[in-house]
Write a protein that binds this ligand. Structure first.
Ligand code: PHE
Length: 346
């Protein structure tokens, strides 16, 4: 009897429990597919007597609803579980994002930028040139006599030996000054930052390459007083007001007169410490009035024009700012060293 079957299946449905998704599927296959029980009962219903139909129609519809509702109930916990699983795979989008580590500027880049900024305010432009240079631009035009020791293998990395014009890695960025003067007309007011190479044994205090900023100012009536005032201003800007400077006579082939500039020790403020070897002073740069021979070599009338030039090592300037005792740290890329500059201005 249809009615008995419905009763029996109703019981079965009410008691049905699904431990796994497979049980839910089994339920569906048993009751709800086109060859399943619900459809089957409806088939049987068709052949029932008209009188039975009146009673059974309602019962059968209720049974169908029950089966469908039960299926939805059985499915529900698994659906939300699979939704959770999906979410777990995708990650919780409401969580705050993972931070990522930003790199930072290299201390030499920071200091170079600072030096460039100071001179830019005085009207100096930045000029650059090649790192592989010929003898003329690195030495001859700069008034280096042929027998000058700086041309020697001891100091210079030669790339190619030619009879008259050797090719080498530049030993200073003064070569850029020559290129600039050859190519243009005075006045010149420029600084030349760049990497230079010297054949030296690598130690805490020397490296085979380092970085320089050189400067050149050529115009009518440029005097040593202009040189002193410019460099004095530079030091006040870089190391703070009250930093003292002193000039000591020196020699460079390309400047006459030449000088080396010291500043009062940035660490002990002149009291005497390890950095300044108790003298209270530290050397920071070389400078001088451009030798007339150099101007003439570059096609500039030395009777009409004069100029000053200076050059400093960025590593040295950085050491005086941050007290870095070993030059090698600059090129080892050790993040423990580099990350200390993360908070510095970008
Ligand atoms: N070129 C010199 C050096 O490499 C520095 C310097 C530049 C000195 C300009 C005087 C004038 O040491």
């Amino acid at each position: 009897m249809l009615q008995d079957k419905i009763k029996q299946y109703t019981e079965e449905i009410n008691q049905f429990q699904a431990a796994a998704l497979a049980d839910v599927e089994a339920f569906r296959l048993k009751f709800l597919v086109s060859k399943g029980i619900v459809k089957g009962l409806f088939e049987e219903f068709k052949s029932a007597s008209a009188e039975d139909k009146r009673v059974l129609g309602k019962v059968l519809n209720e049974f169908k609803q029950l089966a469908e509702q039960k299926f939805a109930e059985l499915q529900a916990p698994f659906e939300s579980a699979s939704a959770n699983q999906k979410q777990a795979q995708e990650g919780d989008l409401t969580l705050p994002g993972n931070g990522f580590q930003l790199g930072s500027r290299h201390p030499l880049s920071l200091v170079r930028k600072e030096i460039v900024e100071i001179f830019k305010k005085l009207g100096f432009v930045v000029s650059e040139g090649p790192e592989i240079e010929d003898d003329w631009h690195n030495f001859s035009a700069l008034n280096f006599p042929p027998e000058h020791p700086a041309r020697d293998m001891q100091d210079t990395f030669f790339v190619e030996k030619k009879d008259e014009n050797n090719i080498a890695l530049r030993t200073h960025t003064s070569s850029v000054q020559v290129r600039m003067m050859e190519m243009g007309k005075p006045p010149f007011r420029a600084i030349m930052p760049g990497r230079v190479y010297r054949n030296e044994a690598i130690s805490a205090r020397a490296h085979c390459f380092f970085h320089q900023v050189e400067g050149l100012y050529v115009d009518e009536n440029v005097s040593f007083a202009d040189l002193k005032q410019t460099l004095y201003h530079f030091v006040q800007e870089l190391y703070g007001e009250g930093t003292k400077v002193r000039f000591r006579p020196s020699y460079f082939p390309f400047t006459e007169p030449s000088a080396e500039m010291d500043i009062s020790c940035t660490i002990c403020k002149g009291e005497g410490c390890q950095l300044c070897k108790q003298s209270g002073w530290v050397e920071i740069l070389g400078c001088g009035m451009v030798d007339p021979n150099v101007l003439e070599n570059c096609g500039i009338d030395s009777k009409k024009y004069s100029g000053f030039a200076f050059g400093m090592g960025i590593e040295r300037v950085t050491n005086l700012k941050y007290v870095i005792r070993d030059l090698r740290l600059f090129s080892e890329n050790d993040v423990r060293f580099l990350s200390q500059f993360e908070t510095e201005l970008i």
